[in-house]
Each structure stands twice: as structure tokens, then as C-alpha cells.
Design a protein around this ligand. Structure first.
Ligand code: AVI
Length: 326
């Protein structure tokens, strides 16, 4: 934690979101960088590539659940009412199409609010959905999740919030509960939450998913250094860092780190700072939590929802949970 006066005496770049994050993370011990820094244009492209990798089972498994159960999911969520759908972190919304098609089969016209922090995937999503699924009216909204949900006029419809892809797993447990609770605060009793989460499974399967043969996840992880070089005038040499994926059993999460291959010093021009690395020292860049059924219900219940149904795949690797706002 830095005092206000020490922050105010920092260069201007440290007051920007990226600068503040990098300054705080690289002066912390152990060093960390927040995973949202991954998603510049190249990082978002690399993430799309990850979702197609043979080892990265998450996207494909969740899509399989939607392909098989979309009608049943929509029926359970609607319980005879008309739904308005809201997606948190919608991105290009490719998997969501399966749910939107099922919604249109039920109620002909569907309002779909797609919230994301970046604009270009939302534009792609809106054009594709309106071309391919007549009946869906897409409202793209660049916002953080809770402010995005706040002023969506549902006109008496039952709201169904989608938070899929196990993105909730990238938050610390207390933060995940807070995020869901903030969303809940903008809903009414009976509104629905559909949460897609990656489940605990054999360690080697998870490690491979985050350390693939082709090195795409390694490139995704190292891209954060490239971004800091470009945006903050740093001189990281990504070749002097190694991608690491480690299973942390105690916390039930896979961790990504960047490990310094040598003792080195990096300068970050815009922050007027020098960062020293010992050989083998790491920057912790991401946690991706994996859940048990009990872990999911306790998280969701603490946020003010009650789970009503769950769908999974044959191996029970991924879970799609439907919960009602209580
Ligand atoms: C976006 N999120 C759910 C991904 C995950 O699996 O935690 C991010 C990711 N990191 C490495 N590979 C994919």
C-alpha cells in the first residue's frame, strides 16, 4: 500500500490505469501484474487463439453443454416469463449464440445487452448476431460489469445475467463474491444468473491447458511485457522470461507466472523506475480458480442467489449453474 503523498509525487504515467497497476504490482513483494493487463489488441487475439487449442478444454466443453442443453436452460430460467438477457464480459459472444437462438425459439423477440470493457469485439458481435439471429436486438455497452447492468430497462421482463467462460475464476474469492453481489444489487428477486465455471479435475489436465505445446499461452503471458514496453517505455526482453503454469492445490487454482531467467534490471521510462529481478524470481500474472460444487454454491449464495439447476459434460469438467436472485 502506498500513501497518497507518495503516489502524488510519482510521474504522471503512474496515475493512468495501466501505469498505476504496473507501479503497484512491480513494487509489491512478490511481484504481481493484474490479469486485465493481458487484454490489449494482441492479447485479446491470443486469447481467442487459446480457446481453439486442443489442450484448452474450457471453451469447447462449455459450448458442448450449451449445444446440448440450451433449450432446457432457457426454459428453466424463464419459467414461463419473457426474458431480457444481459451478458457480462460478452466479447465476441460466439458461445452466447446458442443461448440466444434458444431464447428466440421461445419468445421470438429478445433484448440482449452485451457488456464488455472493449468496444471492437462488441461491434463484431452485434453485426453477426443481428445478421444470423433475427429477433435479437443487441445493445453493446462498453462499461464495467456493475455499472453496465445498472440502467438496463427490462420493461417488466425477467432479467437473465450470463457470466460464462469461467471468467469469475480470474478473481480472488472475496472479490468474486463482491462482483456477484454488486450485480445482484441491480436485480429483482426472481431474476436469473447463469454462471459457467471450470471444475476441479486432475492436475495434469489443468496444467496442460495453461501450458500448451504450441506456446500460445506463453506468448499470451509474455505479451504483458510487450504491452508495458510499448505503453510505458520499458525495456523488458520477453526472451529473458519464461512462462510458468503451476497448480496451487491449497487454493484450488492454476497460477501463471513469468520467471526471470537471469539476474537483471529493467527500466520503465514513463514511471521513472528501475526494477531488479533475481534469477528465478517471478511476476505472478494470473490466478484461474477451479471450483467444486460446494465452492460454487457457497460463492453464489453469499452473493444473494440460490442455485436451482446445474448442467455439466460427461467428464464433469465444466459446470453451467443457474441461480435465482433471492
Ligand atoms: C479468461 N479466463 C477465463 C481465462 C482462464 O482460463 O482463466 C484466461 C486464460 N489464461 C490463460 N489461458 C486462458
Amino acid at each position: 500500500m502506498h500513501s497518497l503523498s507518495s503516489i502524488l509525487s510519482l510521474p504522471e504515467a503512474a496515475q493512468t490505469a495501466v501505469g498505476a497497476e504496473v507501479y503497484a504490482g512491480l513494487t509489491a513483494r512478490p511481484k504481481t501484474l493484474s490479469p486485465w493487463l493481458f487484454y490489449d489488441e494482441e492479447g485479446s487475439r491470443l486469447f481467442e487463439e487459446i480457446t481453439e487449442l486442443p489442450e484448452y478444454y474450457l471453451t469447447r466443453t462449455e459450448r458442448g453443454i450449451f449445444a446440448r442443453h440450451a433449450d432446457e436452460i432457457l426454459r428453466a430460467a424463464a419459467e414461463g416469463e419473457t426474458l431480457a438477457m444481459i451478458e457480462l464480459g460478452a466479447g465476441t459472444a460466439t458461445k452466447t449464440e446458442l443461448l440466444l437462438k434458444a431464447a428466440v425459439r421461445r419468445q421470438e423477440a429478445v433484448d440482449y445487452l452485451a457488456i464488455d470493457v472493449s468496444e471492437s469485439p462488441l461491434t463484431v458481435a452485434k453485426q453477426r448476431i443481428e445478421r444470423e439471429i433475427p429477433g435479437v436486438t443487441t445493445t453493446p455497452r462498453v462499461a464495467d460489469y456493475t455499472t453496465g447492468v445498472a440502467d438496463f430497462p427490462a420493461d417488466g421482463k425477467r432479467r437473465m445475467v450470463l457470466y460464462i467462460g469461467s471468467s469469475i475464476g480470474n478473481f480472488e474469492p472475496a472479490h468474486a463474491v463482491k462482483l456477484l453481489r454488486d450485480v445482484r444489487a441491480h436485480l429483482s428477486p426472481g431474476d436469473q444468473l447463469l454462471l459457467g465455471v471450470d471444475r476441479v479435475k486432475e492436475r495434469s489436465v489443468v496444467v496442460r491447458a495453461y501450458d500448451d505445446e504450441a506456446g500460445v499461452t506463453a506468448a499470451f503471458n509474455k505479451n504483458v511485457l510487450v504491452r508495458i514496453n510499448r505503453e510505458l517505455g520499458a525495456n523488458f526482453n520477453p526472451r529473458l522470461f519464461r512462462h510458468r503454469a503451476r497448480w496451487n492445490h491449497e487454493h484450488s487454482r492454476i497460477e501463471m507466472h513469468l520467471e526471470s531467467l537471469i539476474a537483471q534490471q529493467v527500466s520503465i521510462g514513463a514511471l521513472e523506475m528501475e526494477v531488479k529481478f533475481a534469477r528465478g524470481e517471478t511476476i505472478h500474472t494470473e490466478n484461474s480458480y477451479k471450483f467444486t460444487g460446494h465452492g460454487i454454491s457457497s460463492m453464489v449464495e453469499r452473493a444473494g442467489f440460490s442455485i436451482t439447476q446445474c448442467w455439466t459434460d460427461e467428464r464433469e469438467w465444466f459446470g453451467v449453474y443457474l441461480a435465482t436472485a433471492v
